[in-house]
Design a protein around this ligand. Structure first.
Ligand SMILES: NC(=O)c1ccc[n+]([C@@H]2O[C@H](COP(=O)([O-])OP(=O)(O)OC[C@H]3O[C@@H](n4cnc5c(N)ncnc54)[C@H](O)[C@@H]3O)[C@@H](O)[C@H]2O)c1
Length: 327
């Protein structure tokens, strides 16, 4: 099985929202990366999205122009899956979130790739062990769940399946750390992995608060952005408990646990909105009226913030981005 130093050639399968930024992450540590998609048009879209990610990093000063050119030179695109994976050290799948489709793809990849190639999926929550069940060598398989947008977000969850070898996890963590990511290892194959379990606990409570008339939608988000969100980049939830004092936390949790939303089904308000066709940005209305809001501007603001965070962390030596030979 390959170790970190053996990972030189990477194939990213899928050129949608996530594939190109994942491809950049691996190119940033010097790998040659090929994006596979089923049609030339999809390949082209992937290459363009990759270049747009590189341009953003160069324009914002996260990487030098030379580093941007090197990253661009390390990328290629293909519609030939078997050819692409035949010499790959690592294949990262990022296609539709469908167990059967992913399993079919991995069975096809395993037939064509070398026996030591590492295989990973970017699934948001499909069971790792089931994904790997179609493989002859499930020990080389894990989930690498990148957060969106993958070229700007540091978190990657590396999820272990029942048969994943420790070396597979170690190698993936090493390459991700080298790329400046902050990988976390999820030891149990459980729905929502780690990050989405935390996030959905928050979402469940946020929806409950609105549903119960405790606070308005905008105020829920204002509290998250300006309270919790301000702390979290430097100060984890459990760190905060230690600072507050666990006896105090116990006293608070003892009366609050029973007041929190404990529903085991999806929230009533959420179900009502979906039934009414209020799906969010894509239908024009969700918790907010998107006919009056500009989603492009919101995403631009988010990315500008993520870039500033990345720059600050790079300057403080807390992470690294692609180093060019000209820098
Ligand atoms: N979008 C996110 O925020 C996000 C975040 C983390 C993880 N993910 C996960 O990453 C994966 C990809 O998500 P996305 O948002 O990039 O999706 P997307 O729909 O933007 O892109 C998926 C691409 O896969 C292609 N595809 C579908 N079936 C295929 C097949 N059989 N062979 C080859 N290509 C195929 C589609 O044509 C499309 O180009 C999913 O598993 C998703 O759950 C998404």
């Amino acid at each position: 099985m390959v170790k970190r130093q053996d990972i030189q050639r990477v194939v990213v399968v899928g050129s949608g929202q996530m594939g190109p930024g994942i491809a950049y992450t691996l190119a940033s540590v010097g790998c040659s990366v090929s994006i596979y998609a089923r049609t030339p048009e999809s390949v082209e879209r992937g290459l363009q999205a990759y270049q747009a990610a590189v341009n953003l990093l160069v324009k914002s000063g996260c990487i030098s122009a030379g580093a941007g050119s090197e990253a661009a030179a390390r990328l290629s695109g293909t519609t030939e899956l078997e050819d692409a994976v035949a010499r790959a050290d690592l294949v990262i799948e990022s296609i539709a979130e469908d167990l059967k489709i992913k399993q079919e793809l991995f069975a096809r990849i395993e037939k064509a790739c070398p026996s030591q190639t590492l295989l990973t999926s970017n699934t948001s929550g499909l069971p790792v062990t089931q994904l790997a069940s179609v493989l002859r060598q499930p020990e080389r398989f894990a989930v690498t769940h990148f957060w969106n947008p993958p070229h700007l977000m540091p978190l990657v969850e590396v999820v272990k399946g029942e048969k994943t070898a420790p070396l597979t996890i170690d190698t993936l963590v090493a390459v991700l750390q080298e790329a400046g990511k902050k990988p976390v290892v999820v030891l149990k194959d459980t729905p929502g992995q780690l990050g989405n379990r935390l996030f959905h606990a928050l979402i469940r409570e946020a929806i409950w608060i609105v549903q119960e008339g405790i606070a308005a939608v905008e105020d829920v988000d204002t509290a998250i952005k300006n309270g919790l969100g301000r702390r979290f980049p430097v100060y984890g939830a459990l760190e905060h408990q230690d600072v507050a004092g666990l006896d105090t936390v116990l006293a608070i949790q003892s009366y609050m646990a029973k007041a929190l939303c404990n529903e085991t089904a999806a929230g009533r308000l959420l179900r009502e909105k979906v039934a009414a066709g209020d799906l969010g940005v894509k239908s024009g209305r969700g918790f907010y009226d998107w006919s009056r809001r500009d989603i492009g501007a919101v995403i631009e603001k988010r990315d500008a913030f993520l870039v500033e965070m990345l720059k600050a962390e790079t300057a403080a030596g807390q992470t690294r981005v692609l180093q060019s030979t000209d820098s």
